[in-house]
Design a protein around this ligand. Structure first.
Ligand SMILES: Cc1ncc(COP(=O)(O)O)c(C=O)c1O
Length: 387
């Protein structure tokens, strides 16, 4: 289904009716093991860690949404990032965005660095900064765009050109935009990573991760790590994700439309010092966001995450006390609106001096705008921010 539209692929790829029963919805294959007709001869599956029919259906579905050939699904976004770095050998070096997700930062600095991998954190908005970090042992550039929670972008096409000309591979964490809002592989990335826990799952009811690529050698290596390490996605979660991607386009568009309207409104409140949203012309990378973040119809799209800084910490706390429809919780990308304070929540494991150097203020509030009725969300924000 290479040339089919996103909406069609989301519903049909990996979702062929069950051959045995005709069931239109995919069966869930819970079996851990599979009958062999004679020793070593089976119907394509021998043990579910190595391969499972429901997981395979999801892997086919999700890679088609990034217009790629291979999808490798894991039990969490962090498991997929870990698997990606497990393709490296001791002594290899990675250039990584300085404000990647806090869990990625923790994994890299407190686990992977103890296993002989080297990491340098840079501001991936600056190509010069990335280039200046390239060493003879550099193998990967790893970037998030937009970043969490400061919504800084990197130019994927330019970063890919730089990586290619230096023999490096580029990985993009596309969690914030989902495959509906940004296509890093089309822009030259070698691999796309998603925390499928977020928009791909979309209902805050599972934890999952996926790596997507067109590179057959890398894919083979990643499937090998998947079955060897065993951080596999369960059949039930694979099935939930297959169900979720059918509505991803509708959900993500609505998330983004709601967020755009809310970001504009937030600018009017005196308790709000500044609003960060790539769809606002005041965002210093608005032009890049408009060029790079496109939905399948080619229209610019800016995602559902808004960060805003309150004038004071007291105003932040009052807002959190009064807000009703936005639940105080980590995570993002579910149908329901959430709010968090990244300084103390998602980025708790990042040292204070690093947070200061990134410009991450304790007064910053991050919204994950859901798909509720827009006016209800705006009224709720207004009553929580009123003087
Ligand atoms: C941008 C980003 N990448 C990776 C992860 C890790 O994913 P997971 O929580 O599914 O392990 C998260 C989780 O919040 C995230 O926001």
């Amino acid at each position: 289904m290479k040339n089919k539209n996103f909406f069609t692929k989301a519903i049909h790829v990996g979702n062929a009716p069950d051959e045995e029963t005709g069931a239109v919805t995919s069966p869930i294959h819970f079996s851990s093991t599979f009958k062999q007709n004679e020793v070593g001869v089976h119907n394509g599956y021998d043990y579910s860690r190595a391969g499972n029919p429901t997981r395979e259906r999801f892997e086919k579905n999700i890679c088609s949404l990034e217009d790629a050939s291979y999808g490798i699904a894991f039990s969490s976004g962090m498991a997929s990032i870990t698997a990606l770095f497990q393709t490296m050998s001791s002594g290899d070096h990675v250039i990584i965005g300085r404000n990647v997700y806090g869990g990625t930062y923790r994994m890299v600095t407190q686990v992977l660095s103890n296993h002989g991998f080297e990491f340098d954190f840079v501001d991936t908005r600056s190509l010069n900064e990335v280039e200046s970090m390239i060493k003879t042992n550099t193998k990967w550039v790893f970037a998030e765009t937009p970043t969490n929670p400061l919504l800084e972008l990197c130019d994927i096409r330019a970063l890919s050109n730089l990586s290619k000309s230096n023999g490096l591979k580029l990985a993009i964490d596309n969690t914030f935009m989902s495959p509906y809002g940004q296509s890093p592989i089309g822009l030259g990335a070698d691999v796309v990573m998603h925390s499928a826990t977020k928009f791909i799952g979309g209902h805050s009811d599972l934890i999952a991760g996926v790596l997507i690529t067109n590179d057959s050698v890398l894919a083979e290596n990643l499937y090998f790590i998947q079955k060897s390490g065993g951080a596999i996605l369960s059949p039930f979660d694979s099935w939930l994700l297959l169900r979720s991607t059918k509505t991803l386009a509708l959900r993500f568009q609505r998330h983004s439309d709601n967020a755009m309207a809310i970001a504009k409104t937030l600018q009017d409140f005196s308790r709000v010092k500044s609003v960060l949203y790539p769809g606002l012309q005041s965002h210093n990378q608005y032009d890049l966001a408009t060029k790079q973040q496109k939905n399948p119809m080619g229209k610019s799209i800016y995602g559902s995450i808004i960060s805003f800084e309150c004038q004071t910490k007291r105003m932040r706390d009052l807002f959190l006390e009064k807000i009703k429809l936005f639940t105080l919780a980590e995570s993002l990308g579910g149908v329901e609106s959430l709010v968090c304070t990244p300084y103390d929540m998602t980025h708790a494991s990042v040292p204070a001096r690093i947070k200061k150097s990134m410009g991450l203020s304790p007064n910053l509030v991050r919204l994950s705008v859901g798909i509720e009725y827009l006016e209800d969300l705006i009224n709720d924000l207004a009553q929580a921010l009123d003087e």
